[in-house]
Design a protein around this ligand. Sequence first.
Ligand SMILES: [Cu+2]
Length: 159
Amino acid sequence: MRRAWVSFQLAIIFSACAVTAACTPGAATNPGGSGGHIPGAVIVHVSLLTYPPVGSAYGTVSGFSPNPLVVTHGAVVQFVNDDNFAHTASSVGTAGFVNSPLSSSTQNQSGSDLATANWSSGVLQAAGYSQGLNTSTPGTYYYQCFYHYAQMRGVIVVQ
Ligand SMILES: [Cu+2]
């Protein structure tokens, strides 16, 4: 009986690992990624290699597409990494882009709404999808990549 209970507990632990992007001891607790495309979510493609810098009303943007993305509030937005190396999509606020490195905390997935301060996809590996991000609040949301903050700059306008 006790043995069965222990097996059950182990099964719970391993199934928890299966839904977590990384289950390595000492790894970031929530590095990013999700099970895939959430039905109905608006996809932002992430690729340093595919989307060169272009001018926009919000400054030079690059590394994401569509960019700027304009959505009606209530939409769910999701990022997917089209490159074969890691990126993040990490909030830098609503005032504009930043020219200094992002906090290392942006490597952890955070937030479920663009109106959440410091939301981040966490580290998206190749073909990785972010969590779904709700768009509850109209506004202009700036985000950058932790690794390529100077080259990967995106805007989402929520109407
Ligand atoms: Cu990047």
